[in-house]
Design a protein around this ligand. Sequence first.
Ligand code: GLU
Length: 407
Amino acid sequence: MPAPQTANQASTPAPGRPGRIVVKIGSALLANTSRLTPRYGFIQRLLEDIARLRSQGHDVILCSSGAVALGMRVVGAEPGSAGLSDKQAAAACGMPQLLNAYKQVGYEFDLEIAQILLTLGDFEDHRRFLNTRNTVHRLLESRIIPIVNENDTVTTEEIRVGDNDRLAAKIAQMVEADHFVILTTVDGLYDRNPSEPGAQLVEEVSDVSAYLQAASGKTTLGTGGMLTKLQAANMAQNAGVTAWIAHGDVDRPVSSVLSGERRCTKCLPNPQPASMWNSWLADRLQMAGHLVITDEAVARLSGNHPIHRDDVLSMDGDYSRGDVLHIYDREGVERARGLTDFTSEETRVMIANPDLPADQLLGYQTHAEIIRANNLVRLEGHHLPWDAPDDEAPQRRVVPRGGGTAG
Ligand code: GLU
């Protein structure tokens, strides 16, 4: 159980103004750890609180884990040793149990619920992203509570978000939430491993990246740990959302966080939040390739300048027009992300032949702006990118400038 309710941020305003709240609920709150059955008592307390918030005019979106944990027993797998196919099958069994529990308890509080199952592609493909956003808005218009989860049954390692902390943060970005509440089984972020003597709860934080070291380890049932929670909080903060990390096993689990009446971690929103377009560009898991750019081009990133073919030292990847690329400096530090106006083949030809005009190389008129200024987002120091697979490291770049033939 969480620590007693001592004074937290006394200055935190109660959620008076109606706002939009995204709540992420961890598996260990929803499934009994030993029997792997739904924790109806928790679901009851949660939905009662949500009904209360709704009656105050707030919109609430739930991002609920628990499907995999609840399906484990049915498929005869163990949470500690289950492989991908066990988890896919478990999710198929657990999802109806989870939704049924929400549905049944929801009746008691007059709450209508709806299920939204997403895969990584629904975030990474901009059209699907907008479609999903429209659906969420349409449900909210009808006062229905969307319950979002990853569609674990059909996802494999390559095409999955993998943890609901970041999935929920993407939803908070997508709907421009005011608050993003991560409910878990610890009181919040600690300044070191909470099992170490003297560990202190961090009650308010601007730059969560300062605590990455303290955030190793994970809870028993879910996928994420404190690290993915910090990454998720960081994504939300950058989009101007206040993120909270709090214990969920209490009465009024959400409203007691927002009113500041109990100890938890509040992650302050970035005062200059990124636009939705820039967040979409910057916070993605799958990148199609990368460019390494000159020091001069790196220096110009803070102005509103495009990346021109002459700025590119080398590149890698097979990508299409409209794909998003990592942009590294010469030391291999990722400095920006941007949506490319050229295919990888066109880019390859241009940088391999720096002395020939782009029009001649490509056969059509072009200013050879590889990434236009409005499709480019600089990564600030406090931005925590999603994990990039090892094979995207810039050392593997294959086309050095001037080092090839046309075509
Ligand atoms: N999507 C998973 C589930 O429903 C949970 C992932 C996570 O724990 O973050 O069980």
